[in-house]
Design a protein around this ligand. Structure first.
Ligand code: UDP
Length: 322
């Protein structure tokens, strides 16, 4: 069987780089594209010299030129942490809209399968709990998070249009909060924020009263779900995430316990439109993909803490490059 060729946009990002490792492990050749706005070359440094791997520095909101045959296009490029997309509102809208159009165009030209990295943010501040894929969401289009939420909702609409109108083989994964090695220490998300604060002895910054909930999935579980979806013949959106839900206050307590830090807690204002609850209903993923998460919170978070310890020791603070 001929070797499969995958394009991964956002290939130097947290998820894009883990996905690349998985695809290489499955015997694919991978062409990674990233403009390194929020991605990090260190995430793919270990792939230097791998003959099945090529890196192209490019902004996929502009026309994408790939001369090789392509079997799969994974569109994972986007700022994805609330701080990043609040600071990069226009690039976020463009990569969700123009970037999705360009990557769908690439998939169409190459007769490739297309996989869209969508998000639980499509559900906004949800009025249905846990969130099922048939829930249409509660998004504020003109709020500060709208730049990410609406870009991804548009990306889903565009993906379904290419599927229905052009007959492209498309998949949509709605990714819930994910954590693990290669997140940027200073990307502002709660996992790196609390771990970084705990390890450096500064206060853990709880936004609001900490009663809002999230459900955290370890990265290897998430990537496995995405790979299964890519290989499936299912075209509707699929939630991938870990249903184990906790409040942000409980999460701070867990980080304090596991790291043994002396850091105190400090309350800061809750960001505008911060969802009050979030938990994936993964019935569909279980049924269609035979998938469910395997890594326990304690195990995943311990590995993540070790990773961030290494970053701090090396002075890699995870600032955004641009
Ligand atoms: N959060 C917090 N302190 C921080 C960073 C985030 O309390 O230093 C909260 C944030 O308000 C949200 C939750 O943690 O309720 C998860 O935030 P994150 O930025 O990780 O991603 P989100 O799930 O909101 O996209």
């Amino acid at each position: 069987m001929a070797q499969k060729i995958s394009v991964v946009t956002g290939g130097a990002g947290f998820l894009g780089s883990h996905l690349t490792d998985r695809l290489l492990g499955e015997g694919h050749r991978v062409i990674a594209i990233d403009n390194l706005v929020t991605g990090n070359p260190a995430n793919v440094a270990h792939l230097g010299g791998n003959e099945n791997y090529r890196f192209i520095k490019h902004n996929v909101s502009n026309y994408i030129l790939v001369e090789d045959a392509v079997d799969y296009v994974f569109h994972f490029a986007s700022p994805a942490s609330p701080i990043d997309y609040l600071e990069l509102p226009i690039p976020t809208l463009k990569v969700g809209a123009l970037g999705t159009h360009n990557t769908l165009g690439l998939a169409k030209a190459k007769k490739a399968t297309f996989v869209l990295a969508s998000t639980s943010e499509c559900y906004g501040d949800p009025l249905v709990h846990p969130q099922t894929e048939d829930y249409w969401g509660n998004v504020n289009p003109i709020g500060p998070r709208g730049v990410y939420d609406e870009a991804k909702r548009f990306a889903e609409a565009m993906t379904m249009a290419y599927h229905r109108y052009h007959g492209i083989d498309t998949k949509i994964v709605r990714i819930f909060n994910t954590y693990g090695p290669r997140m940027r220490l200073r990307d502002g998300r709660v996992v790196p924020a609390f771990i970084g604060q705990a390890l450096s002895g500064t206060p853990l910054t709880i936004f609001g009263d900490g009663s809002q909930t999230r459900s955290f999935c370890y990265v290897s579980d998430l990537i496995d779900g995405i790979f299964r979806l890519a290989m499936s013949d299912f075209h509707e959106p699929v939630n991938i995430g870990n249903p184990r839900e906790m409040t942000i206050k409980q999460f701070a307590e867990e980080i304090t316990r596991i790291t043994g830090t002396k850091s105190k807690v400090e309350h800061k204002p809750l960001p505008v439109d911060d969802p009050k609850v979030r938990q994936p209903d993964i019935t569909r993923a279980r049924k269609v993909l035979g998938w469910e998460p395997k890594i326990e919170f304690e195990e995943g978070i311990t590995k993540t803490i070790e990773y961030f310890k290494g970053c701090l020791e090396r002075g890699e603070l995870g600032e955004r490059i641009q």
